[in-house]
Design a binder for this molecule. Structure first.
Ligand SMILES: [Zn+2]
Length: 253
């Protein structure tokens, strides 16, 4: 690194920004790839660093590249640098799906144990009722965890943020007897969009998992709701039983 760069402090950068605001050095040397963003205005990072260096030492830093070196120095002092092509701040990584999944499962586990504690602490329930409710709670948690582990995204599209994924029942919860409610083969992992369509019977699936689309869904809605004739889910024999039920009782021809 250029020795001059090591002398640069935040106030030197602010000074350079102010000078550029006064149009001291004209508009030349505009950066093509990155922008420093400060108070809603954009500045060429390399030019700012050069003038911050002059302010700090009285000399012009010469042994430094634009791009990474300037950007890193600016970010070290908490400034935001954006990639002009994507418009996104650099150095801020998107959280990975794995991270999101871990955080979400952790949160769900926390909610789960709070719910169970509430049931156990309730004065209105008998011991048998408590036992029954706790069993259901644990079963529901396992049902969702299983689906999230097997399918990492919506079974119809690629939405994979676990916050958005819904573990729904093929044969609806209200129509199930207790075993069916916790049967993993009765589960389907969908994004809110596709879950809503399935729940309202606007789509269903045949014996091999091919989508069947209700005539109630207009061609415009199909486009905006991302429904394609070619869509397919995995349909095991066990799933088929529930899917037949859905097709007969929920699906709107
Ligand atoms: Zn989807």
């Amino acid at each position: 690194m250029d020795e001059i760069l090591k002398q640069i402090r935040e106030e030197h950068i602010i000074y350079a920004i102010e000078q550029l605001d006064k149009n001291r050095w004209g508009k030349k040397n505009n950066s093509s790839k990155f922008d420093l963003v400060h108070n809603g205005k954009t500045y060429p990072p390399k030019m700012i660093i050069r003038h911050a260096g002059i302010k700090a030492t009285g000399e012009e830093p010469v042994k430094f590249g634009g791009g990474k070196e300037s950007n890193e120095l600016l970010m070290k002092f908490g400034f935001t640098v954006v990639d002009k092509e994507t418009g996104l701040p650099i150095g801020k990584k998107q959280r990975s799906v794995e991270d999101l999944r871990d955080r979400q499962l952790e949160q769900e586990l926390k909610n789960e144990s709070q719910n169970i504690e509430r049931i156990l602490g309730s004065a209105d329930l008998s011991a048998t009722e408590k036992k029954e409710l706790v069993k259901i709670r644990i079963g529901q948690g396992a049902f969702r965890k299983y689906l999230l582990a097997v399918h990492t995204s919506c079974e119809l599209c690629n939405v994979n943020n676990p916050l958005l994924l819904i573990a729904s029942h093929i044969k609806p919860w209200k129509d199930c007897h207790s075993e069916e409610r916790l049967d993993r083969d009765n589960g389907l992992l969908l994004c809110p969009n596709h879950d809503s369509l399935f729940d309202k019977g606007l789509i269903t699936f045949d014996g091999v998992g091919q989508i069947i689309i209700s005539t109630d869904l207009s061609s415009t809605d199909r486009i905006f709701m991302n429904v394609l004739e070619s869509m397919k889910i995995m349909c095991t024999n066990k799933r088929k039983k529930y899917m037949n039920w859905h097709q007969t009782h929920v699906y709107k021809m």
